[in-house]
Design a protein around this ligand. Structure first.
Ligand code: GLY
Length: 369
């Protein structure tokens, strides 16, 4: 029941393996990559408690020794301080260019460890072993790495592709339901942006997937990775099409910023709300039918997810302030907001041609409801 997706980048191609129990095969995969037979693992305390012994056991069964650095879980770990900690630790472990460092965790660990690998000795290889649904379908694939700045999220970083991704779908079974559903926000995004048949399938299969159907989990992660791999192959450094992956993200980043990047709103929850808003805006601008945003919202509701701005607990600033926060997004070009809108489900496109008033009206209505 395992699947493989090839990310076809000249000179930097790699495979994403997806399936239950892949951790047990990690030793064979790592040994095949070559380099020193000692592997350094960057992880967080939660993942270490649940899964590190399993990973280290699998490495040692293949004759590889390993050492691990476990960091505090949470977004605050994507910082200059922890970047220094990780890079100095890797140097102390005598990691060389041909060695492989493992990023073993969710998006925070993948981004931080990937960035440390990008700058250490001007680039060492790294392997992503993503443990959250969000990391398996999005952040571990495509080579975006980085940390946060007091000026904003992900503002310091590099493109550095992994040498291999192992997405063990068994690991999803230990995620809290809220984290699983937040990751699902990114899965649904793929259907909405470019594959209507995948969205149809999610409408019927995603409840079972959330309840633990392993075949459905493998299929959902695989289709998401295929779509991401295809977009990254066409546009690795986001000069064009890669921005499609930001469907829902302009709204999401403003809402995350307004909630202080706290657990009032997880990133994937913001993506889901942002996708619903992007479809509502598309319908208001006459780009897609009014049925499309209704269908998006109905599916998110059926999954028990946050759908509306009013689902976010606590107070939020007004529409003008949210629009201002949208302007802080790093995808702003020449001062113009770039939106991903849709002509229908599975038909997203990139535009800078959105009247500010339409966005303000949408936000005002969303904040009132
Ligand atoms: N998460 C968006 C991207 O990788 O481009």
């Amino acid at each position: 029941m395992t699947a493989k997706v090839h990310v076809d980048l000249p000179g930097r191609a790699y495979d994403i393996h997806i399936g239950p129990g892949l951790i047990a095969q990690a030793g064979a995969h790592l040994a095949a990559l070559g380099g020193r037979r000692h592997i350094c693992i960057i992880t967080d305390d939660n993942v270490a408690r649940l899964h590190l012994a399993g990973l280290q056991g699998a490495l040692s069964a293949a004759g590889l020794t390993s050492s691990a650095l476990a960091l505090p879980p949470g977004e605050a770990t994507k910082s200059w301080t922890q970047l220094e900690h990780v890079t100095e630790w890797l140097l102390a472990q005598k990691v060389e260019r041909k060695d492989c460092v493992i990023a073993f965790g969710g998006g925070v660990i993948g981004d931080l460890a990937g960035f440390a690998a990008a700058i250490l000795r001007r680039g060492v290889r790294f392997v992503q072993i993503p443990t959250s649904l969000l990391a398996q379908v999005d952040s571990s694939v495509g080579g975006k790495t980085g940390i946060n700045s007091p000026h904003g999220k992900n503002l310091i970083g590099a493109f550095h592709q992994p040498a291999l991704v192992l997405a063990d779908t068994y690991l999803l079974g230990t995620l809290p339901e809220r984290d699983f559903l937040a990751g699902y926000g990114e899965v649904v995004k793929y259907g909405l942006l470019g594959d209507a048949a995948f969205f149809d399938w999610l409408e019927t299969s995603a409840p079972g997937m959330a309840a633990g159907d392993m075949d459905a989990r493998v299929r959902a992660v695989t289709r998401s990775c295929e779509m991401k791999a295809d977009i990254v192959r066409r546009d690795e450094t986001e000069q064009g099409d890669r921005a499609l992956l930001n469907l829902g993200h302009t709204f999401c980043h403003a809402l995350e910023s307004a909630t202080g990047y706290s657990d009032r709103l997880l990133h994937g929850e913001g993506v889901a709300i942002g996708c619903a808003l992007a479809f509502e805006l598309s319908a208001r601008l006459g780009l897609c039918s009014q049925e499309d945003p209704s269908r998006v919202r109905a599916h998110l509701r059926a999954m028990g997810m946050k759908v509306d701005i009013s689902d976010i607990p606590g107070d939020l600033p007004g529409a003008e302030a949210l629009l201002h926060l949208m302007g802080q997004d790093k995808k702003v070009q020449d001062g113009k907001l770039r939106f991903i809108l849709a002509r229908g489900i599975g038909e997203a496109f990139i535009t800078s041609d959105v009247p500010g008033d339409a966005v303000l009206d949408l936000l005002r209505d969303a904040l009132r409801s």
